[in-house]
Write a protein that binds this ligand. Sequence first.
Ligand SMILES: [Zn+2]
Length: 92
Amino acid sequence: MDPLLQLAEILDPVALCDYIGKKTRYGKKCDHSFKHAQAFLKEYPSADWDQVRPLLESLGAHCDCEIGFNVCTRTDELPEEVEERYGYTSGS
Ligand SMILES: [Zn+2]
């Protein structure tokens, strides 16, 4: 299974990207840790960081700014069922 879809099972990737984008200004403030991603995870008590981290890494994201580059650039690939689950639309 695509790690992006697995990630979407655990949390809303678009909300994560929104959060990371605001916190890092897409890379400018990244200190090459996952601190913002981990802070975001606190809003998802059901989400386990130990489960999320390997998914991010398999998507090529090893810190907050790489989530921006390697995960957030792909959120428009998410299937409709994910969009429905989290209640947003891709703008179509
Ligand atoms: Zn970084």
